[in-house]
Design a protein around this ligand. Sequence first.
Ligand code: ZN
Length: 143
Amino acid sequence: MITAKVHGNHGVYTVSIDARGATLESACSCYIGKEGFCHHCAALAFTYLDNPNSFQSIKKKKLSQVRTLQDLETYLKANTLETLLKELKAKGVTQKEFAESIGMNPRQLSSIKSSELRNRYYNELGATKLACIWMIEHIKIKK
Ligand SMILES: [Zn+2]
């Protein structure tokens, strides 16, 4: 997974390319990059291929290793809301149940989740992830 800020003609965009799964996925916060594969994504790919050493490597920490605010920021960036919601589902809590239990409209939760996948971060993203992490750690329901 590589991410970068790309300076475009109309602003600075958050760009990511994820090659962890079977398929290559990319996302950009620009208006044409909703599904990725825009020229900013291409710029990131070429920059990485040209000089991978110019990128800073960030090791993923376990939740139990999070001690500082910097650790927390890195942890939240490394774990998407989508991934956290899947973990929660494996514990028996659906996305709808999670949303309702924290007083959030399930549709709002879906919007927050998909905004992150397009690198357009909603203000509630961090707090929603923290609520999700808390629930993964504390709630035990098996259906
Ligand atoms: Zn773009």
